[in-house]
Design a protein around this ligand. Structure first.
Ligand code: ZN
Length: 310
């Protein structure tokens, strides 16, 4: 099962960087989203390929025509938060308000309910698992925020479920479609999204795709925008991750779409046999010497991750 998804944001929505962090910062940069969306949607239409689009509420507010364009194309529309802030840097109330704002803004444009979410930068980490409580509260039924590998600003390291699973939150289930990883010896390689996709040569990606039963992709309009300006104050590593392989990324993506069949998330959801899916529970537990209970994943009553958080 291969799933095609996009995070719909501008080229300057780069995390972990001072000059691209806030709404005020964003006013300094030109908009490039329209031409990038046209390019992506044209290719998908030509190949009769459906996909899921995680849209920023900020994009919906500023450019409602982008949301209408995706909707008219027949894309599944989901939330990628409103202001693209890392989950673990927010308190619970700010997280809830931001998600609620994005859902409402997008729903007002399409008239369709938003039930699917992906956190900016896969930033639901072990210490921010509480976010699932709010996803449930705000009507999110399907989530794509779990990144079961090491990552600069997110990721749940040592989480060993790398295929769709269920999260039991107070007796209700959230369907989780995590990122996939490709195991080589003792390391987990991520190859099917963003900078990872731009970095690896296509023959290798094709090889790993062929050997994977489950592939979750994530692309951004900026992944295919070779002419985009360079943000000057990015750290060396961020610069590399943001601009590596840009020139060849779109032709590579065209090949990928030609060589493999993909599903949108709503199509994939109907194909998964949820009765046989692994289930983890979100529970409040006291850990170590911390007075406040923490949200943790448990399986059969046992905590799945062992780190103690401050
Ligand atoms: Zn994003």
């Amino acid at each position: 099962m291969n799933i095609l998804t996009f995070d719909i944001e501008e080229w300057f929505h780069i995390l972990d960087n001072e000059s691209t962090k806030t709404e005020t910062n964003w006013l300094n940069y030109e908009s490039r989203i329209h031409r990038n969306m046209d390019k992506i949607l044209d290719l998908l239409a030509k190949n009769d390929q459906k996909a899921t689009f995680f849209c920023l509420g900020w994009i919906a507010e500023k450019y409602p025509e982008i949301i209408r364009q995706i909707d008219a194309f027949g894309g599944e529309i989901a939330s990628h938060s409103h202001l693209h802030q890392l989950v673990f840097e927010q308190d619970r109330e700010s997280f809830k308000n931001d998600l609620e704002r994005s859902i409402k803004t997008i729903e007002d444009i399409t008239g369709k309910k938003i039930t699917t979410y992906r956190a900016p930068g896969f930033s639901i980490k072990e210490e921010s698992l509480w976010a699932f409580e709010y996803l449930l509260e705000l009507g999110i039924e399907t989530d794509c925020s779990v990144f079961p590998a090491k990552r600069a600003h997110g990721g749940i390291v040592n989480f060993d479920i790398k295929e769709p699973f269920l999260i039991n939150v107070r007796g209700e289930m959230i369907k989780e479609f995590p990122m996939n990883v490709f195991r080589v010896k003792s390391s987990d390689i991520v190859f099917s999204g963003g900078g990872y996709f731009r970095f690896y040569p296509y023959w290798l990606i094709k090889n790993m795709m062929r050997q994977s039963k489950y592939v979750m992709t994530y692309f951004h309009p900026r992944d295919f925008d070779y002419g985009q300006p360079m943000i000057k104050d990015l750290s060396k590593i961020r610069k590399f991750k943001s601009y590596v392989g840009l020139k060849k990324a779109f032709p590579k993506f065209e090949k990928l779409i030609n060589d493999f069949d993909f599903l949108s998330l709503d199509q994939a959801e109907r194909q998964v046999n949820w009765d046989n899916a692994l289930t983890v529970s979100l529970q409040q537990r006291r850990q170590g010497t911390i007075a406040e209970p923490q949200a943790v994943f448990t399986n059969g009553g046992m905590p799945m991750l062992s780190k103690v958080h401050q």
